[in-house]
Structures are given as structure tokens and as C-alpha cells.
Design a protein around this ligand. Sequence first.
Ligand SMILES: NC(=O)c1ccc[n+]([C@@H]2O[C@H](COP(=O)([O-])OP(=O)(O)OC[C@H]3O[C@@H](n4cnc5c(N)ncnc54)[C@H](OP(=O)(O)O)[C@@H]3O)[C@@H](O)[C@H]2O)c1
Length: 339
Amino acid sequence: MGYTVAVVGATGNVGREMLTTLADRKFPVGEAIALASDNAVGKEVSFGEDEVLKVQDLGKFDFKGVDLALFAADAKVSAAHAPRAAAAGAVVIDASPQFRMDPDVPLVVPEVNAAALAGHGKRNIVASPDGAAILLAVALKPLHDRFTVRRVVVSTYQAVSGAGKDGMDELFGQTRAIYVNDPVQKSTFSKQIAFNVIPHIGPFMEDGATKDEWALNVETKKILDSKIKVTATCVRVPVFIGHSASVTIECEEPVTAEEARRILRKAPGVQVIDQHDNEGYITPVEVAGDDPVFVSRIREDYTVDNGLSFWCATDNLRKGAALNAVQIAELLVERHLGG
Ligand SMILES: NC(=O)c1ccc[n+]([C@@H]2O[C@H](COP(=O)([O-])OP(=O)(O)OC[C@H]3O[C@@H](n4cnc5c(N)ncnc54)[C@H](OP(=O)(O)O)[C@@H]3O)[C@@H](O)[C@H]2O)c1
């Protein structure tokens, strides 16, 4: 006995991680179904140690009988297929940006706003936030509960896997090309990413911000508190897995680094690594393959009233996407789906 769970985008970075996470966390899966584009039909993907799934064509797939559909393809695929999955009776958990700001779709990070899941029935869709927004929300939530965060200044350092498997291939290909003196080819990123950083993620908007910078602001408001102001600079860095962020917050209440550290140590989904020595902080290569949001470099910011600065990082494919979606599925089963 268990749930019939379909993963859309099962051949991609996030989809594969979803299948691994479902198996690792022993989610009660009766049948697992792997879906992708017609190009991938017949390919095989692993589900846990022993099971191999043959990929089926999403375009031809009928969602009748599916309990949960985890979407990890791009926004256009979700726009075209998530509503029909929901209409067929599956609860959709969508990792793409498509429905995140839809007022009838809850945008959920289980450690932060699990209660919002109660609204999932309006469209039968739950959205999982942008990876950097999840990172920020998990770190901010305990601080907001105690100190009331009013303004956030954040610079992100986002891994190439945030741009899908093509982003990882581009970093690998460019690095290799530079070593063997071949011309550097670019297609996913607008500038060379190997041995470089690019202050540009998502299309530019009218005011000069990028879509991801805008998303970090509006998604944080929707998940955590509409009164919080977020100003963001999103930067792509030549790291395969692991989004990081440098964060400064201004709070309503007086804040000390010591109390912030104590609060964060007890917070769900957070691990504090904060020693003032050479190895006393986290870096993205160390978070790859791990679940928590790690917080380091916690210190008071004396340039503003009630200011605090910190560094945080998480595996963007796990907590930043797949793990968050599976945690949503676990909560749905526990609180809403029954059976
Ligand atoms: N990567 C992150 O850090 C992260 C974090 C949060 C959210 N997300 C979101 O998660 C989603 C997936 O990201 P990703 O990094 O896993 O991308 P990815 O590695 O490029 O994978 C994309 C997946 O979508 C499938 N796909 C493409 N076109 C399709 C179609 N027409 N019909 C069905 N499936 C199709 C691909 O299958 P084929 O093998 O058939 O091409 C592949 O399985 C995106 O919406 C992204 O915004 C990603």
C-alpha cells in the first residue's frame, strides 16, 4: 500500500534528486512513475537502490489514479501539464516558477509556513519556491520570529546547477576548453562562467533588477511576511552544486550575534557552523549532498540599528528544490490527504 507518485522531469537534476529523496526518506510510494519529454522515452532512471524506472512521455501520460505529481521541468511544461494533472485528481507539487506567485497556490517551505498548505485545494497545486528564496527563508524565519526582520540586503552566489543540467555541462565544457586551449563556447549563460562570476540571473526587468532578484523579494514576502523588504543581487558562480548568500538584516528589536546564534542552533532545518578560525564556516562544496541550510559568519552590523550579518548555504538541488518538494509531499500526506 502506498501512494502513486509521478515525477515530471525525472531525467533532470531536480527530478532525479526527487526520486532519490523519496526513496531515501522512505516516502510511502506504492508506484513511482518517471515522466519527461518524448526525447527521453525509454531512458532509465533509478528509484532507490534496487528499482529502475523506464521514462514515459509526459505529453501522452494520463494522470488518472496518480495521487501526487512532482513537477521538475520548466515553467512552460508546468503551465501546460500541471492543471490537467490537478484536474485528474493528482495533487501537484511544482518546483518550477510557474505558479509561485499565483494567489490561489500556496508557496511553501515546510519549516517556515506549513500552515499555508491548507489552501492547496483551490487549484490542487502547491508551489515550491526558488532555491535561493528557500535558503533565505529558512535562515530568516527564526530570526524574524524573535527580532522582527524589516529589511534584508542579500547577495547570492548561485551554483550552475540552478540553471539545470545544461548549466553544469557549460561549466564543465568551458573549464575543459580553457585547459586544452580550445575556444570557450557559451549558450546557457550570457558570459563565460568558468573562472568567472556573472551578476545576472534571469531576464532583466524594467527597473534594472533581474527576474531572480525580483523573485527573491516577492517570494520572501509571500512565504514569510509581506512587510519584509528585500533588496537582492543574484550572482552565478562557477560552483556545480550549492547556493550561498551573504545576508544583512535590519530588525525592529535589538539583536546580538550571540542570541541569533543560539536561536539559529535550535531552528528546524538549520545547522550553525560558526567558529572564528580557518575552517569554522561553511562553503558550497561542503553542503552538496546534505539537507540543512547552513549558517556561518554571524556577526552584528554596527552600521545600522539592530543589524546582523551572516553567510548561509544549502544544496540547491536538495533543500533548494527536491527535498523541499518531498517535505511538502510528506506534510500533505500527514495532514491533508489521509489514507
Ligand atoms: N536546479 C535548481 O537548483 C532548482 C531549484 C529550484 C527550482 N528549480 C526548478 O526545477 C525545474 C527543473 O530544474 P532542473 O535544474 O532539474 O532542470 P534540468 O536539469 O534541465 O531538467 C529539466 C527536466 O525537464 C524535462 N523536460 C524538458 N522539456 C520537457 C517537456 N516538454 N516535457 C516533459 N519534460 C520535459 C527534461 O527531460 P528531457 O530529458 O526529456 O529533456 C528534464 O528531465 C525548473 O523549473 C527549475 O526552475 C530548480
